[in-house]
Ligand binder design. Structure first.
Ligand code: ZN
Ligand code: ZN
Length: 379
């Protein structure tokens, strides 16, 4: 079956800012085929902008073009393809930016976030079942991370979605797909922090802010949030940070060590810069753990002093998708939200129609927003 709907298409990366003028994303009528076997047609009710969308638009991370971005979203299942077992028409689903095949060695180990076939499909701009379902005038359009959620509808693998209870508002549910997994999920899974731990969070965008919620949920004794931007620091205090520090001159690690009596048990780098990683690395106590989540520009190296790594007995970890197993973790997070323990709605700063998406990119680039929710079916 062919369906037609509006979507935000990127045809050329690297256009100049402000994006409100260069308009890298054009809202167009496109076509989709499907859903095929083991696929879903989802009506997108809420799609959120994530900082990594900027790296798609500015070309820092190269994707096959043209492409419809959007990897953090939630919606309602409108139609199911043959053989679908995990969702039914009318279910509310969170879209997940890395599908998992369920059969590769990583999936069998339980590390579904590392699924190699899922990653390969993402890199190709394709669905897990192979190829793209999107096109315009006969020209193929690629999927972003198996989803392409800046659109009224999405055709996705059933392994790119998790059904959640209907008592979670869909704008909140959208955030579960990236900000919550990459922020709070990293703290809870990769960081495995324990009640009473001291925690530093370096960088307070959507992921860092979500990490604060995760640290509060896990019962951290001290949550030291650090950023250059005073607006983000004010927001951090509202999210549960016990200390919000301005790092204006690169002395953040020293401030954190002073405040925590020699360094925190664990530090999370969520800014995606080498400077933030250095701050996190130097902020943890001897024997502490550093977890990196932000995506540093791949061309920027970090000179690690291996001798100090040994003598300080630190652990350095990378965290992809918060080490989450979405079918297991997302219903857990939804339940915690519904109980009032996990106020994810505090991460939302704006709601906007699909047509304003380029303005939303500018707002994000200027750090004037936390999470901005696009509602494609509302004007
Ligand atoms: Zn994201
Ligand atoms: Zn797999």
């Amino acid at each position: 079956m062919t369906i037609k709907f509006k979507a935000a298409v990127l045809r050329q990366a690297g256009l100049a800012q402000p994006y409100g003028q260069s308009m890298p994303l054009s809202v167009e009528n496109i076509e989709a085929e499907g859903p095929g076997a083991n696929e879903l047609l989802v009506r997108i009710e809420a799609a959120s902008l994530c900082r990594s969308d900027l790296s798609v638009v500015n070309g820092v991370r190269a994707w096959p073009l043209p492409i419809v971005p959007g990897h953090e979203a939630a919606g309602v299942v409108e139609e199911v393809g043959a053989g679908v077992t995990t969702a039914r028409v009318g279910d509310h689903v969170v879209l997940v930016f890395q599908p998992h095949c369920g059969a590769c060695p990583d999936c069998l180990r339980g590390d579904t976030h590392l699924c190699a076939p899922g990653l390969a499909a993402n890199r190709a701009g394709a669905l897990l079942g192979g190829g793209t379902r999107l096109s315009k005038d006969g020209q193929a359009i690629h999927h972003h991370m198996g989803l392409s959620a800046f659109a009224e509808y999405a055709v996705i693998s059933e392994r790119s979605a998790v059904v959640i209870p209907k008592d979670v508002p869909l704008d909140v549910a959208a955030l579960f797909g990236c900000a919550v997994m990459c922020g709070a999920g990293t703290v809870l899974n990769t960081g495995a922090i324990r009640a009473g731990d001291t925690v530093a969070i370096v960088g307070l965008g959507g992921v860092g802010s979500s990490a604060i919620l995760g640290a509060a949920l896990a019962g951290a004794r001290e949550i030291i949030a650090i950023d250059k931007d005073p607006r983000r620091l004010a927001a951090a205090a509202r999210l549960g940070a016990t200390h919000a520090l301005a790092d204006l001159d690169g002395s953040g690690a020293e401030l954190i060590r002073d405040l925590s009596g020699g360094g925190t048990d664990i530090a999370f780098e969520t800014a995606g810069t080498v400077g933030a990683f250095a701050t996190a690395y130097n902020a943890v106590r001897r024997g502490g753990t550093v977890v990196s989540v932000g995506l540093v520009d791949p061309k920027t190296p970090f000179p690690l002093d291996v001798a100090s790594l040994v003598t300080s007995a630190k652990t350095v970890k990378g965290s992809y998708m918060g080490s989450c197993n979405p079918p297991l973790d997302l219903p857990r997070y939804a339940g915690l939200f519904a109980q009032g323990h996990f106020p994810v709605e505090k991460l939302i700063s704006h709601h906007l129609p699909l047509g304003d998406i380029n303005l939303a990119l500018d707002r994000m680039a200027a750090n004037e927003a936390l999470r901005q929710i696009i509602t494609p079916h509302r004007a």
